[in-house]
Ligand binder design. Sequence first.
Ligand code: F6P
Length: 550
Amino acid sequence: MNQDGRTRLNQTPEWTALAKHREQLEEADLRALFAADPGRGTGYTLQVGDLYIDYSKHLVTDETLRLLRELAAATDVFGLRDAMFRGERINTTENRAVLHTALRAPRDAVVEVDGENVVPGVHAVLDKMSDFAERVRSGEWTGHTGKRIRNVVNVGIGGSDLGPAMAYEVLRAFTDRDLTVRFVSNVDGADLHEATRDLDAAETLFVIASKTFTTIETITNATSARNWLLGELNAGQEAVARHFVALSTNTEKVTEFGIDPANMFEFWDWVGGRYSYDSAIGLSLMIAIGPDRFREMLDGFRLIDEHFRTAPAESNAPLLLGLLGIWYGNFFDAQSHAVLPYSHYLSKFTAYLQQLDMESNGKYVGRDGQPVDWQTGPVVWGTPGTNGQHAYYQLIHQGTKLIPADFIGFAEPVAELSEELKAQHDLLMANFFAQTQALAFGKTPDEVRAEGVPEELVAHKTFQGNHPTTTILARELTPSVLGQLVALYEHKVFVQGAVWNIDSFDQWGVELGKVLAKRVEPALTEGAEVPGLDASSKALVAKYRELRGR
Ligand code: F6P
């Protein structure tokens, strides 16, 4: 029994039924499942908004899906979902509501936190962002010397970087190509150096993105950026107001840093960092693509929110994807999950999902404060498809590990490509379809022999198949489709955290490293004694100082 009175997940009858079902499925393979059901290729699919989701190439039957839905019902996933949408404080370890869904609620919606409707505040900030973005894009907002802004540098890390940086890449074809937009996150000075070395400070706007405004990497980079700007312009503090804006929940710290609160775009503690790029944290993106495109993206998010909130379990896409992940992670011992986009524009998408998924569900302590004794979040990894094919796909096809994968692709290339480059799209997508086919159905020894392969090579050229994949296909990559994709993964992560009974919205695991870094820094700079430093770290610090000639 859990401390909260619930039966422990792996002792519920629903879990036991799934474990038993898994044993019975031992022999099942995808060839057999497809042979037994000619309608599987079209039947095991969902159309949600613009996303066509094919889950037929999974090691599941109708019975598997039914049992997984029973597990979701037993763990009250929809109950927690409704509590989230209602604004209840479901992030219990931080005592906060979890309301990223309110960031894309329509103007007339009512979402209350402690009796206060938060939607008017959300739209007031969106309007303020839109106004500012238009002023920058039109050239009305000028820098200290009167020059128009041509460069935007977002300074932030984690959720204050990965979301806007990813979305900027995804939506490059929708951006104002006359603007240079860059993202600085690493406290390694090289990052800021490379981002600013060819920029004219008089034309550069820094967007300092930090929910807490206390994150050491961001504040350090922001301070260096301010010094660079003032040095380049040979100006005093008064130049800051035209070149620095802040995205934060912390007015006091923003003011302390020297940014006028009038140039601050606010959000709230009920928006988690990794769920925040559709809040004020998206300002750099909005400047790049314009407010209308940004709102189209929010519409895409909202479409999936509504689907997740209202669709029955049988056709609820985030529920389905979450449960499939649980099926492999908990009943096949899969340790990782690959996300493989067949779009160059989605090159940062998986890196974004790493924080979304791994910071949310990388937990070993349950909501009741007890360690869990079942697997939780997987290692999420992947890069754009065809490049991966020539690097790590070998291991997915013929390695010893089961790696479920999501394949994401689009029917249309982006509009601005030349005709010749557009023609390459069919080749890209031929690879997309070929890979999931090869992963699912493989190649039997007999098929290999029939090709005349010498017997000693037959085993090497045999593909066992049975590697599960989800295919997500949309007509084209638009702001709305991006919103739909992100919301789909947000809610998938939610479903898994709910079943595993963990708090998906805190991140205590990143705190220890931060505290220790603060303690170790004086040892590096001044050779100070760090009380309690272990022997290995002590020797490494000494080596570092020696190498630096200190
Ligand atoms: O990595 C830990 C973390 O707290 C993330 O959750 C967050 O997105 C990131 O740091 C940045 O935090 P902030 O926006 O407060 O600077």
